[in-house]
Design a protein around this ligand. Structure first.
Ligand code: 5GP
Length: 189
């Protein structure tokens, strides 16, 4: 489907800066949209319903899945996260450049569903930088940070399965590279 080439999944370990890079890119290019996922994780300070996620109970999440409203989902650090079908399909149908921020397993699932999508792996300059960024966020407990670091090690092992890779040295550089990649892909289709 032609609309698939408008889909770009940004994946990579927690703390690598996926949200920040996507926000930086969307500030420069407001025409680019991002999908909002459903999750059973409680909101962090500063997060809001319908802005960062749709926050749902496990039961409500399962209901959405049973109704076929969830395209792919994964349990991450004890919580469910899922891409809502409507969030993706309406943007594809309208031909909007669309970003999805999902974990590495979700990225592979989206690629299976939409082979024309581009899955991008965002890498930290080093593992130590990733650890500093996770701690610097100040939003997670020490235990949660350790679990996220363990998951990050596993996730980094999947980098080879992606279509493109960007190292997040600075937000502007990573957002710029992501934009060039998107523009190039869409120009060719
Ligand atoms: P966080 O709790 O830091 O917001 O997100 C934890 C992880 O879940 C991140 O790696 C994020 O990319 C991933 N994630 C967010 N939404 C989705 C989704 O809809 N599907 C999947 N598979 N992963 C998601």
């Amino acid at each position: 489907m032609k609309g698939e080439s408008y889909l770009f999944v940004v994946s990579g370990p927690s703390g690598v800066g996926k949200d920040s890079v996507m926000t930086c890119l969307r500030q420069a290019h407001p025409e680019i949209e991002k999908t909002i996922s459903a999750t059973t994780r409680p909101p962090r300070a500063g997060e809001a319903e319908g802005v960062n996620y749709y926050y749902r109970t496990e039961e409500a999440f399962r209901q959405l899945a049973a109704q076929g409203q969830i395209l792919e989902s994964n349990r991450y650090n004890g919580y469910l996260y899922g891409t809502l079908r409507a969030e993706v399909e309406r943007r594809m149908a309208a031909g909007k450049l669309t970003l999805l921020n999902i974990d590495v397993h979700g990225a592979a699932n989206i690629k299976r569903l939409y082979p024309g999508a581009t899955i991008v792996f965002l890498l930290p300059p080093t593992f130590e930088v990733l650890e500093q960024r996770l701690r610097g966020r100040g939003t997670d407990s020490e235990e949660a940070i350790r679990r996220r670091l363990d998951i990050a090690r596993e996730e980094l092992g999947h980098a080879g399965e992606f279509d493109a890779w960007i190292v997040n040295h600075t937000l502007e550089q990573a957002a710029g590279e992501l934009y060039r990649l998107m523009a190039h892909k869409v120009d060719r289709t």
